[in-house]
Write a protein that binds this ligand. Structure first.
Ligand SMILES: [Zn+2]
Length: 70
């Protein structure tokens, strides 16, 4: 139980490291995930997903990263 890539993405199975326990904020908290997508993630998966999967989900939302959510 050591190393940086200590988590496995439940969506794609790839190993990654979520920085939620680090001093700096994890990039995943800064991503423009909608409330609906977050709720779906919590219902479907146990933990955090890798950045690649989160970006895919954001693209699927049809929300541009820099566009404010209305
Ligand atoms: Zn993933």
């Amino acid at each position: 139980m050591s190393g940086d890539a200590d988590e496995r993405c439940p969506r794609c199975g790839g190993s990654f490291h979520c920085g939620v326990d680090d001093a700096a904020p994890c990039p995943c908290v800064a991503l423009p995930l909608s409330e609906a997508t977050l709720a779906d993630l919590r219902a479907r998966y146990d933990g955090c997903l890798c950045l690649g999967c989160l970006r895919e989900l954001i693209a699927a939302q049809g929300i541009r990263p820099h566009a404010p959510v209305p």
